[in-house]
Design a protein around this ligand. Structure first.
Ligand code: PCA
Length: 125
């Protein structure tokens, strides 16, 4: 089985955890169909918050992964304690919609205290 995984944080190309996706197939750039808050209170740890309608259409990358890769990434993200893996809708540059897994922060934080990012890492101020 192959699964679609939308990544918006450290799993993206060039970032700290991307090597976990070495066996994954890159499908291209995508955005969340809904708006979600994306915050990075600790700078290198981006959190997608399950509060649809707040925040931005978050940019990320879509991959096709096998089950061992998905399980490995779940372990890295400490699912279900730290992040939860949920199905969301993502859109490509032409507006085509598809479903993919994405990682949401599992616990609640006062996310409205932080700027809502359209992508991670934030562009320099
Ligand atoms: N890694 C996952 C969730 C947050 C993070 O840093 C990702 O890139 O989507």
């Amino acid at each position: 089985m192959r699964y679609k995984l939308f990544v918006y944080g450290t799993l993206k190309r060039g970032l700290a955890n991307h090597s976990l996706l070495s066996k994954a197939r890159y499908l291209g750039k995508r955005w969340t169909r809904e708006r979600y808050p994306l915050v990075a209170p600790k700078r290198w740890y981006p959190y997608l918050i399950d509060a649809p309608g707040e925040g931005e259409h978050v940019a990320g990358e879509l991959y096709e992964v096998d089950l061992p890769t998905l399980k490995m990434v779940d372990r890295l993200e400490e699912v279900p304690r730290y992040y939860r893996r949920e199905v969301i809708e993502v859109v490509d540059g032409e507006g085509r919609v598809e479903e993919a897994f994405a990682y949401f922060l599992a616990h609640s934080i006062p996310y409205r205290q932080f700027p809502f990012l359209p992508e991670f890492p934030p562009k320099e101020e």
